[in-house]
Design a protein around this ligand. Structure first.
Ligand SMILES: Cc1cc2nc3c(=O)[nH]c(=O)nc-3n(C[C@H](O)[C@H](O)[C@H](O)COP(=O)(O)O)c2cc1C
Length: 298
């Protein structure tokens, strides 16, 4: 009895330690368990590839959930007539000249992080977006929405959302190696160009379409399709002497989607501030790989 009363405080301490340890373990399990954004067992851990946006999860397809899949319809098969295709052909000499000229133009494209506030004609932006909309898309679903923002208050709200998330990205999510890899670009979470550029173009991918009857339309390869249209948009901007910053603000998608009142089937893929380069703009010195490093001819 005497031994038991001596041991009781010791046993109480051990019991507290065991309970405390179990509580800590259960919290750890909760924070690493599948998230509401759809991360599943077997999916890559967020911290192993910190550049994969949680909202996108590197997932080009809309997996949906099994109940909702009933609403997903195959794209309607209509009787599409074939029409003649006539391309403007060029003599070989002209082809060669045009290929060189286009390369020269595109080789001058740079990511410019210092953008002038000078206004750009709206029609030029409209035409650049029309050009982006000529991109090929899986089953011609055209799964893109380009949101053009010129309203100063909305641009500022976008800047606030992006800077708040980017500060967390730089300080916590990205990790030492990624931040080190970016030092040559002198980027940080301060994004002045989001206020200064006359236009911000936010490119959303539609993970599925919505038919007038409310049913979902499959958007095959939507991320690849929208990425191609972004490339064409960059070329169209370069063609008229405008600059941009190809940016994929990590984990800002859901907040920006709500701010811009976009529907839930749209996910932010890219944010492009667009304008003329600032007169004192600088860019990091970079070299591009030569042809023999990027092409294999068999
Ligand atoms: C998918 C993608 C995401 C990028 N994200 C950012 C970004 O968040 N911020 C930024 O300043 N630049 C970003 N860039 C721009 C790259 O840093 C830039 O393209 C690269 O350094 C090559 O420079 P150049 O575009 O001048 O040729 C991104 C580029 C790509 C293709």
């Amino acid at each position: 009895m005497a031994l038991l009363s001596v041991l009781t405080p010791f046993l109480a301490v051990v019991l507290c330690l065991v309970i405390g340890f179990m509580l800590v373990r259960s919290r750890e399990t909760e924070t690493t368990s599948p998230t509401s954004s759809g991360e599943t067992a077997g999916a890559p851990k967020a911290d192993s590839r910190p550049w994969v946006d949680q909202d996108l999860q590197d997932d080009t397809e809309d997996k949906g959930n099994e109940d909702e899949d009933d609403d997903l319809v195959d794209n309607e098969e209509e009787d599409h007539p074939q029409v003649p295709y006539s391309a403007s052909g060029y003599p070989e000499e002209t082809m060669l000249e045009r290929s060189k000229d286009f390369y020269t133009l595109m080789n001058q494209r740079r990511t410019v992080r210092f953008i002038s506030p000078e206004l750009v004609p709206r029609e030029v932006i409209n035409n650049a977006i029309l050009t982006a909309g000529t991109a090929p898309s899986g089953a011609h679903t055209e799964p893109w929405t380009f949101v053009v923002v010129s309203d100063p208050e909305t641009k500022h709200q976008i800047r606030q959302i992006v800077e708040k998330e980017e500060e967390v990205n730089y300080l916590q999510r990205m990790g030492v190696k990624w931040v080190e890899d970016l030092t040559k670009f002198r980027t940080n979470w301060i994004k002045e160009y989001l206020d200064v550029a006359p236009y911000l173009i936010l490119v959303f991918k539609q993970i599925h379409g919505i038919l007038p009857n409310g049913k979902k339309l499959t958007h095959y390869y939507n991320e690849i399709s929208v990425s191609i249209s972004c490339g064409i948009l960059l070329a169209a901007l370069q063609n008229v002497g405008l600059v941009t910053v190809t940016s994929t603000p990590l984990n800002c998608g859901p907040q920006l989607r709500l701010l811009l009142k976009r529907p839930a089937n749209e996910k932010l893929l890219m944010l492009l501030p667009v304008g003329y380069p600032a007169c004192d703009a600088t860019v990091p010195q970079l070299k591009r790989k030569p042809l023999y490093d990027i092409m294999v001819h068999i």
